[in-house]
Design a protein around this ligand. Structure first.
Ligand code: GTP
Ligand code: PEQ
Length: 228
């Protein structure tokens, strides 16, 4: 099983441009990528990065500057064995959450993202092809059925939470390192109570939780205000 992690190496996370500078977005994206790679490794899989440009990371890197769907489909087309595609912005992904993904039977297994995206795919059917952006979860259900593949979805808060917008940063601060003892993750090889790199990065960058009229949001320490 190949485990491919797509990564937009140049100008990542543009939807956070109102919150983070360009350099900060790169650093934060790298922290999330490192967390995802570590979680994949913790369950005994070898991740590989599919990047738009060269990137320094603790995994083999294939550079393919084509758009996401084309780059992923090139991998699916060239590979005889099953391929799992796990996005690099799943800052809450834990070994346990990924193990549940891999343990789900099905020709095609989808981890939907909030808002209709697709945060992970296990492609065990040779003809399945990806179709990212828009409501890609529904498009991937259709794509699987069109090739006669049996399709399953995993119900996972951690895999559904991709970090795209400012509000998502609160999820990283809340859940990025304090999973309760005794849950599935406690037996999966990595200590889930350790703060993730992404959460540590946000803390170092001055972010904390705030209450905005009863809704949890993030605020940044005033000392960092000039950078955002
Ligand atoms: N290889 C590759 N990966 C991509 C590309 N676009 C996005 N990704 C990765 O795919 C995952 C989902 O990306 P998005 O959230 O849609 O895009 P993003 O670039 O991270 O963020 P935005 O600029 O805010 O859309 C992340 O892991 C990205 O790093 C692409 O064109 N090629
Ligand atoms: C790649 C894209 O990510 P999103 O734009 O939903 O974050 C998708 O999941 O189709």
């Amino acid at each position: 099983m190949r485990v491919v992690v797509p990564y937009a190496a140049e100008e990542p996370k543009t939807r956070l441009a109102d919150t983070l500078s360009s350099d900060e977005r790169t650093a934060f994206a790298e922290a999330m990528l490192a967390d995802v790679l570590a979680a994949v490794r913790a369950i005994g899989r070898d991740p590989e990065i599919l990047a738009t440009a060269p990137v320094e990371a603790d995994a083999p890197v294939t550079v393919d500057p084509r758009p996401l769907t084309e780059a992923v489909n090139a991998v699916l087309a060239e590979t005889d064995e099953p391929v799992t595609v796990v996005m690099a912005d799943l800052a809450l992904a834990t070994p346990g959450a990924l193990a549940a993904l891999f343990d789900t039977d099905g020709d095609v297994v989808l981890a939907p993202g909030r808002g209709g995206g697709t945060n992970a795919v296990v492609a065990r059917h040779p003809e399945f092809r990806a179709d990212y952006h828009g409501t890609s979860y529904l498009d991937h259900l259709d794509a699987a059925r069109a090739v006669g593949a049996g399709v399953e979805a995993v119900d996972s808060h951690r895999l559904a939470t991709d970090v795209d917008e400012r509000a998502d940063l609160a999820e990283v601060l809340i859940h990025g390192g304090s999973a309760p003892r005794g849950g599935r993750d406690s037996s999966s090889g990595a200590d889930p109570r350790e703060a993730s790199r992404a959460r540590s990065w946000l803390r170092r960058a001055g972010f904390g939780l705030a209450d905005d009229a009863g809704r949890t949001t993030v605020e940044r320490d005033a000392g960092f205000a000039s950078r955002s």
